[in-house]
Design a protein around this ligand. Structure first.
Ligand SMILES: NC(=O)c1ccc[n+]([C@@H]2O[C@H](COP(=O)([O-])OP(=O)(O)OC[C@H]3O[C@@H](n4cnc5c(N)ncnc54)[C@H](O)[C@@H]3O)[C@@H](O)[C@H]2O)c1
Length: 361
C-alpha cells in the first residue's frame, strides 16, 4: 500500500512548503485567561492502553475526565469506573452532549482524522496520539482543519518530553557535543500477540513497525539534529520461534540525512527481546547516549576515557506532555509541537516506505 520500490526520497522541499503553508495563526482559538479553569472538561476518545496512560497523566495533573468514549461501550464504562467521567459508546454523542474544553484521541490511527477534524470543527482542542494518520493526505487534512478553524491540534510525539532527551537537546544547544554528525536509535522488544492485534493490520495501522515506532525516532531526530532531507528504509518480516511472519514488517531500518548533513540510523523490531530503547548522538566533541532502561543520559567527551552520567530531573514524559497540553489549552504556553510536526513525520515515513528495496539479487 505504500507504492512501488524506488530510489532515495527527497523530502525537504515539500517540508518547507508545509511549514510555509501552515504558519501558526496568531488568532489560534484558546481559552482566554478569564475563561480558564483549574479543572478543564477533558474528554478521552479510545480507552485502551494509551488511553489509560493519558487518564493517569491527566489525574497526575489534577484532572478527572468529564467524559470517555470508546467504540466498545464496555471499555468506556470500565475506564469511567476507574477514572471517573461519563462513559459513551460513540464519540459523536459525547461531543454533542458534553461541553468539552479538550480531548485526547487515543484510538488506532485509521480514525484519527475523522475524530480530530470533527473536534476541531466543533472548536475542541485536540491532543492526538502518534502516528498522526495512516496516510499523508489524512495528516494534511487535519493540519488544514486546525488552520481553518484556528483550534489547537497537538500531535503526541511524547519523546520530546522525555527528560533525558530534553537535557540532551540542551547539551547540543550549549555546544557540548561540538558539531552533531551522526544519530542512532534502537527500539527493540518482543511485541506479544502482535499477529492478532490491529497494529499488524495495515488498513488500521498504516503499516508495521516502521510507521508505528520510527515515527518516534523521526521526531527525536528532528528535535535533536534538524530537518530531514532524505530517507531510505529496509523492512522485513519472517517466521521466528516467537511467532509466524506478520502481515506487516516486524523489523525495519531507516536511514535519514538532515538538510545540514547529519546522518541518522534508526532500528526497530517487534521480535528482538530483551527490550531496548536507546538514542545516541555523535558530535565532533562528544558522544551522548540516552538509555531508556536505566533512564540515564551519559556524555563522553573526545578526550575522556569513560562516559559520565549527566544529572536529569526525574519525570514521566506523558505527565509532562499533558501538563504542557493543558497549559496550551489555557493559553498559558505556546504549543511545542505543531500540526506540521505530525505531517512532516508522516511524510518521512511514507517516503521511507516508498524507498524500500533497491534490488541487487
Ligand atoms: N505515544 C506512545 O508511546 C504510544 C504508545 C502506545 C500506543 N500509542 C498510540 O495510541 C493509539 C492507540 O493505541 P493503543 O495501544 O491504546 O490501542 P488499544 O487497542 O489498546 O486501544 C484503542 C482503543 O480505541 C478504541 N477504538 C477503536 N476505534 C474507535 C473509534 N472509532 N471510536 C472510539 N474508540 C475506538 C478501541 O476499542 C480501544 O479500546 C495508536 O495511535 C497508537 O499508535 C502511542
Amino acid at each position: 500500500m505504500h507504492g512501488a520500490p524506488g530510489a532515495v526520497s527527497k523530502i525537504a522541499a515539500r517540508t518547507r512548503a508545509t511549514q510555509q503553508a501552515l504558519q501558526p495563526r496568531k488568532d489560534t482559538k484558546l481559552l482566554s485567561t478569564e475563561d480558564s479553569r483549574e479543572n478543564l472538561r477533558i474528554g478521552i476518545v479510545g480507552c485502551g492502553g494509551i488511553g489509560g496512560r493519558h487518564l493517569l497523566s491527566y489525574q497526575n495533573n489534577g484532572h478527572t475526565p468529564a467524559a470517555l468514549a470508546d467504540a466498545f461501550p464496555e471499555a468506556a464504562a470500565k475506564a469511567a469506573e476507574k477514572w471517573g467521567g461519563k462513559p459513551y459508546g460513540d464519540w459523536r454523542e459525547m461531543f454533542a452532549q458534553e461541553q468539552l474544553d479538550a480531548i485526547s484521541v487515543c484510538t488506532p490511527p485509521n480514525v484519527h482524522r475523522e475524530i480530530s477534524v470533527a473536534a476541531l470543527e466543533a472548536g475542541i482542542p485536540v491532543l492526538c496520539e502518534k502516528p498522526m494518520t495512516t496516510t499523508l493526505a489524512d495528516a494534511e487534512a487535519i493540519a488544514q482543519a486546525a488552520e481553518s478553524t484556528g483550534t489547537l491540534f497537538f500531535i503526541g510525539h511524547c519523546h520530546r518530553f522525555q527528560p533525558q532527551i530534553q537535557k540532551l537537546r540542551e547539551l547540543i544547544d550549549a555546544g557540548e557535543l561540538g558539531a552533531v554528525r551522526m544519530f542512532r536509535t534502537r527500539i527493540g522488544f518482543h511485541f506479544l500477540r502482535a499477529e492478532s492485534s490491529w497494529f499488524t493490520d495495515a488498513e488500521i495501522s498504516g503499516g508495521g513497525i516502521l510507521i508505528d515506532t520510527h515515527v518516534h525516532s523521526v521526531d527525536i531526530f528532528r528535535y535533536l539534529c534538524g530537518e530531514v532531507e532524505e530517507v531510505t528504509a529496509l523492512t522485513s518480516t519472517m517466521d521466528t520461534p516467537l511467532g509466524p511472519a506478520m502481515r506487516v514488517e516486524d523489523s525495519a531500518i531507516m536511514t535519514v540525512r538532515s538538510t545540514e548533513g547529519v546522518l541518522g540510523v534508526m532500528e526497530a523490531s517487534w521480535r528482538t527481546p530483551p527490550g531496548e530503547v536507546q538514542v545516541t548522538v555523535y558530535g565532533t566533541a562528544a558522544r551522548a547516549v540516552v538509555n531508556y532502561q536505566t533512564l540515564q543520559l551519559t556524555l563522553q567527551k573526545a578526550d575522556e576515557k569513560e562516559a559520565r552520567p549527566i544529572e536529569v530531573e526525574d519525570a514521566n514524559r506523558f505527565d509532562r506532555e499533558i501538563e504542557h497540553f493543558l497549559a496550551c489549552v489555557r493559553g498559558e504556553q505556546q504549543p511545542r509541537l505543531k500540526p506540521e510536526d505530525g505531517v512532516i513525520a508522516i511524510r518521512c515515513l511514507m517516503a521511507a516506505y516508498e524507498s524500500r528495496g533497491v534490488q541487487v539479487l
